[in-house]
Each structure stands twice: as C-alpha cells, then as structure tokens.
Ligand binder design. Structure first.
Ligand code: ADP
Ligand code: MG
Length: 361
C-alpha cells in the first residue's frame, strides 16, 4: 500500500572492506518490491520478508564505466546505481517542488550503511542532492529567478547553521511563530545562482559539520543534517507565487548506543538521538495513517527538535520519502533488522475493518 504522501525505499550496499576481511555472508535478498533477511546463513529457513514501495539492489552485479560510475554489469543484473535511485526518488521531489508541494527526503540507517552515499554520493557517483540541485538549475537557467538555501545541522539538543562560520555557544534557538510555525532563529539563507555555488556551500557545510561535532565530542554520524532549499516560483502574469521547500535530511546513525562503550555526555547524546529518530518514526507513521484514511488524533511534532523543524515539510500537503540504507552483512543482522522494522512501521499498513455479526437465534 502506498500513497503519494509517504514513500519508503530500501537500499543495500556492497560489502565494505571490513566485512570482506571478516568473511561476511550476505543475508539480504530482494525480489522486485520485497526484501528478505536471513537470520543465520547456515539455517536459511529462518527468514523475515518486508515489502516496501521500492527496493534497490546495489550489492553486486555492477562494474565501473570509464568515468568511474558504477553501472550494471550486464543487462540481466538487477543492480541499481545512483542513476536509478535518482530517477525514482529525485524526480518525484523535483516534480513536487514545481507543483508547489513541500518535500522531505530522509536517509535512515546505521552508521556506514550508505546514507551519505545515497544522499550526497562519492566522487563520480553523485547522489540525490547534487542531482536534484543540478536539474533545478538547468530548468531555471533561462528564467530570471533566484533560489535561497539554508543548511541546518542538528547536533541534538543543539542546532547549528552550516552556512555560518560564526560559532554561537549553545547553538541557535528554535522558535515558534503563529504563521511560520517552528523556525531557527538567526539562520542564514544564501541566494544561489548556479550549482557550483551550492557545491561550495555543501563542502563548507560538511567541514563545519565535522568540526562542530568534534568540538562537542560527538561523532558527525550522531548528528542530523538538514539541507533546505527554499524554492520560489513567481508567475507574474497570474499574480501567483508558489513557495515550496525541498528538505534533504541525512539522519544520524540509528545504531543503539551501547552503554558499555560510552559514558556521560556521549551516552546522553546517543539516547537523545535515538529518541529523536523514534519520534520521527511516530510522526511519519501517523501521517501515513492519515493519508490512508485512518483517523489520526495527534501527530507528535512537538516531541523533538527534528520534527519541529520539519513540521511544515512533513505534514499537510507535503510529500515524504524515507530511504532505509542497509548493510548486506551477517554481522550487521540486528541493526539491519531494526532498520527494516523502522521502515516497515512508517509505511502505512492496509487496515481491514473487522465486522462482528450477531447471529440471532
Ligand atoms: P553512512 O552515511 O550511512 O554512515 P556512507 O554513505 O558513508 O554511510 O557509506 C559507508 C561506505 O560504504 C562508504 O565508503 C561508501 O562509499 C560505501 N557505500 C555505501 N553505499 C554504497 C553503494 N550503494 N555503492 C557503493 N558503495 C557504497
Ligand atoms: Mg554519513
């Protein structure tokens, strides 16, 4: 069951060097929209199967082309590279933005599962964000319009501006306005005229993300990064303005913080991150339910900074896509299963009305 308002995709990456070195077995298989995980490769009957809107097999069956881009090794391979992912997910975001909808694309998964690879990409294998930006600029090249960009970093409970080099102790404040809803006070937005400018800003942002986390003694994988593109279309002939925001969110790693390895601030930080991810799941699944026609009394936006900031881009007339990134390896079984469960929970399930018949005698 899928609706336009919430879409869920899963993507499995190749083995990492570490997984190869330790002789890992692949515990994931995919067939069209279903993803199956085996608990124990030696005992293949024990499986769990999930169905999502989209499933991307990026584990094997690929080769490098002359530019270093991973492409399908043969026509029969089910391999999905960056191009396929962008085609399905990025295009939808662009179409929605042109139509004036707010969109949110979130990457969920444990650290090292491939979130940044899908969102940003590496080298020649550009991810969804650069591709979305590139297309936007190509499309508006000949029109006289500017776009504004805002980058926010959430190192919970602090919010930082990735475009500003000025460090504010304690981070920026999140405030609420009757009309605007929640917003970050003092957040800088930068008008951009071409993709090269954005690319520079993203690099600058990535640097600030790394230093900000180091200063706070947190790993950058334990912070959320939100990139917001404010997209404004002015139709002079019709006296109409369409304002939409594209929100691209590289979520913090979803792994459970082990209490043995970390202590004090680190542990508190870690559980705060997990709480914010749980809350995000509650919000999205409430929205998915509402879109399926279920009665939803309360969407808990206010329970975390992340959902406060994304409120206008998650609810109402907006479209949300979650991409669940997973490792193929048996050693990641527990985390992968929990990612699949999270993704399943945010998908709306079909609901059946239960009727009770009284048989009168
Ligand atoms: P995360 O952001 O979830 O912590 P990354 O995106 O940094 O994880 O991915 C971890 C490593 O795996 C990186 O070296 C990345 O290049 C590689 N990787 C992830 N997904 C893919 C993929 N689909 N194809 C090839 N390599 C990938
Ligand atoms: Mg990452």
């Amino acid at each position: 069951p899928s609706t336009d308002s919430v879409k869920v995709a899963v993507r499995v990456r190749p083995f990492s060097q570490r997984e190869k070195n330790s002789g890992s077995k692949c515990v994931i298989s995919m067939h069209s929209r279903t993803t199956t995980i085996i608990q124990d490769p030696k005992n293949p009957e024990h499986t769990k199967t999930f169905t999502f809107d989209l499933a991307y097999w990026s584990h094997n069956g690929f080769q490098k082309d002359k530019d270093g881009v991973f492409i399908s090794a043969d026509p029969g391979s089910k391999f999905a590279g960056q191009k396929e992912v962008f085609h399905d997910l990025g295009r939808g975001i662009l179409d929605s933005a042109w139509q004036g909808y707010n969109t949110t694309l979130l990457a969920y998964g444990q650290t090292g599962s491939g979130k940044s690879y899908s969102m940003i990409g590496f080298g020649a294998n550009k991810g969804i964000i650069p591709n979305v930006c590139e297309e936007l600029f190509q499309a508006i090249e000949n029109r006289d319009k500017n776009q504004e960009y805002q980058f926010v970093l959430l190192v919970l409970p602090q919010v930082r501006d990735l475009l500003s080099r000025i460090k504010k102790p304690g981070g920026l404040r999140v405030r609420e306005d009757q009309q605007l809803g929640f917003y970050v006070d003092g957040l800088k937005s930068v008008p951009c005229e071409n993709y090269a400018q954005i690319e520079r800003l993203m690099e600058q942002g990535a640097k600030i993300r790394t230093t900000a986390s180091t200063n706070m003694n947190a790993s950058s994988s334990r912070s959320h990064m939100i990139i917001t593109i404010q997209f404004k279309q002015v139709f002079l002939d019709r006296d109409l303005t369409k304002l939409s925001s594209i929100n691209l969110v590289d979520l913090a790693g979803s792994e459970r913080q082990k209490s043995s390895g970390s202590e004090g601030d680190r542990l508190r930080e870690g559980s705060r991150v997990n709480l914010s991810l749980t809350n995000l799941g509650n919000v999205i699944s409430a929205l998915a339910d509402a879109a399926m026609g279920k009665k939803v009394l309360h969407v808990p936006y206010r329970d975390s900074v992340l959902t406060k900031l994304l409120q206008s881009a998650l609810g109402g007339n907006s479209r949300t896509t979650l991409i669940a990134a997973i490792s193929p390896a048996d050693i990641c079984y527990e985390e992968t299963l929990s990612t699949l469960r999270y993704a399943e929970r945010v998908m709306s399930q079909p609901h059946f009305a239960i009727s009770t018949f009284w048989v009168m005698r």
